[in-house]
Design a protein around this ligand. Sequence first.
Ligand code: ADP
Length: 487
Amino acid sequence: MTAEQILVIDAGTTSTRAMLFAVDGTSLGSEQCELRQSYPRPGWVEHDPEEIWRSSLACARKMVAQAGGAEGIAAIGITNQRETVVFWSRRTGEALGPAIVWQDRRTAAYCARLKDEGHEPALQAKTGLLLDPYFSATKIAWALENMEAVAAAGDDLCIGTVESWLVFRLTGGLHISDATNASRTALMDIHKGRWDEGLLDLFEVPRGTLPEIADCAGRYGETSLFGAPIPLCGMAGDQQAAAIGQACLAPGETKATYGTGAFVLTHTGDEAPLSHHRLLTTVAWQLEGKRAYAREGSVFVAGSLIQWLRDELGLIRTAAESEELARSVADSGGVMLVPALTGLGAPHWAPDARAALSGLSFATGRAHIVRAALEAQAHQTHDLMRAFAGDGAEWRCLKVDGGMVANDWLAQDLADVLDLEVERPKFVETTAVGAAMLAGVGAGLFGSLEEAAVMRGAVERFVPDMAPEVRDARLAGWREAVGKVLR
Ligand code: ADP
């Protein structure tokens, strides 16, 4: 048998998946396990690293069986929830406590203190990030001080983001991270591609606990857990993988992923321009030691708003029902929803802001509220578009993906409000496609990412069709509503 299938492990926030691809991008199968979320205190979010590992392995095993055995697989690609940190023993490989998840806000006061002390400008200049609990560094500092087993581990301690944890387990001891994931820790100098001594000192992180920073494609090592050895050949954080899967390979090309949160990345080539509008600068990929960069806008609440309408308010039975309800009314009837349920991310960065539902009257029905929730996605994206434009990055087209854009109404509303063509691939699992493209390049199945982009497949287009006065009125209403939340 010739090994020509690519296996992707996608360790996400709400689920862990494995997917199998043919080299032409055809999806040959997928397997998924839900991931338990724990919220031990307000603002804290944790995962069990052993569960992440067990479910990754179980899903991957199913796909290996589907491929007809390990011999049928040319390479493994890994993509993952970013910023989340795992602590484990180098000797036993066992986790030393819970993973602290990207959404966790336990270090908010610590971040505020560092900001007051004036550390943000230097941190931004080196890492492209801001001082926010979102990034790994303050979570690591917290664990080194407060998690007993982590504090006591000494030389036995390994720290890594989720892809590092999976690689360590898959290979039985290789401790590496790819440059995209490393760029989200707030410990890496993104211009030099290495851990920054000054930041390691600031957060008191011992260098020896951290992984080596590697390219996003190459032959890192092999796993022998599936019968025959399979090489690990590709790695990238989920949003970078999605940008690659959407073939955002030239400067200016932009993608937006609408999953739990919404994440917009614009490719900036080999330049790493710092933002003046509170956007992030991040590594898009690193190949043969050379980095490409992207600007990023991260919005914390997108699809989770629809989940909240379903699970907490009981306004809808399924996420898909939101589309039908939005279409059932001519507009939101003046209702505005600002989804700041965990504060506002880019470009506002207001961790203490809280959500607001306004403009209600006796004429308001559930369809208006659900429509307002969907409309909020275009409004939030419009704020990002203005921030990107302020930084000199004008969008020419928006390539969308993620669970929410299965909703045609939402995809059209994005085109209408942004006044921009929106492009949606027929196969929306672009994160997995991006990881498969990287693994294909790493395994030598493709000569370049451009060549690997055949895996993206066909796309559908949504063209703007909204009267300017309707758009202006919507955006004016939104600006007023956000202004109240930020006050
Ligand atoms: P993640 O990868 O972040 O776990 P996904 O990309 O799988 O998320 O997207 C799931 C999210 O999309 C959920 O929050 C869900 O509420 C939302 N969603 C799924 N289908 C629809 C739909 N038809 N309309 C609106 N939102 C949807």
